[in-house]
Write a new protein. Structure first.
Length: 199
């Protein structure tokens, strides 16, 4: 398969690449690194990315930012960070790509643990993750030509645990290898409309 992995140089993206590269042709995309450049906040950039990437059998998104901060004093602009970036960036990958991806292709989005196991200062990320999961489950009902869609939803990775130290009290970090298997399950398997949770 020809697989486009967006955010391939981040921690999650590296896990996806490592798990899929030996059996598939991988095309990487990112804002500053990758075979193809893309800015998920710009629909034209997403369209250009698809044109440059060529025919694709699968698209994996391992990118997107949300706002982390206390609910008290949170502004609409701060809340919109996650909605515009992590949510609409990935949604637009599907909206634009659904007519461009090959028959029986697949989309794999990435959310996270916070919609089912919230933390302090994580309300924006929790809302975005829940919306991504709901979007994928609903889109699976309507996508045509046998196209599938799933979401990988991990807790904090071992590789990122130090960076997020103090944010996820009591959460047991998950290995990059296990996260990689989740992307394989979505891309190579037959499921659709599923949230692959890794707690």
């Amino acid at each position: 398969m020809r697989i486009l992995i967006i955010g391939a140089h981040g921690t999650l993206g590296q896990a996806a690449v490592a798990a899929l590269k030996d059996r598939h042709e991988i095309i990487t995309a990112g804002r500053s690194l990758g075979d193809v450049a893309v800015d998920l906040l710009d629909r034209r950039s997403i369209t250009d990315m698809y044109k440059k990437a060529g025919a694709l059998d699968a698209v994996v998104t391992c990118t997107g930012h949300a706002y982390f901060g206390p609910l008290a004093g949170m502004t609409e602009d701060q809340f919109m960070i996650g909605l515009k970036d992590k949510l609409m960036g990935q949604v637009n990958i599907v909206l634009i790509g659904q007519s461009l991806i090959n028959d029986r292709g697949s989309f794999t989005l990435t959310s996270g643990v916070l919609d089912r196991d919230p933390i302090r200062k994580g309300a924006n990320a929790s809302a975005v993750n829940g919306a991504l999961n709901a979007f994928a489950m609903s889109a699976a009902v309507e996508l045509e030509r046998g196209i599938r869609i799933n979401v990988v939803s991990p807790t904090v990775l071992q590789a990122s645990a130090k960076k997020y130290e103090g944010f996820f009290p009591g959460h047991v970090p998950v290995s990059s290898e296990r996260v990689g298997f989740a992307y394989v399950k979505s891309v190579e398997g037959a499921i659709t409309g599923q949230v692959i949770a890794l707690d």
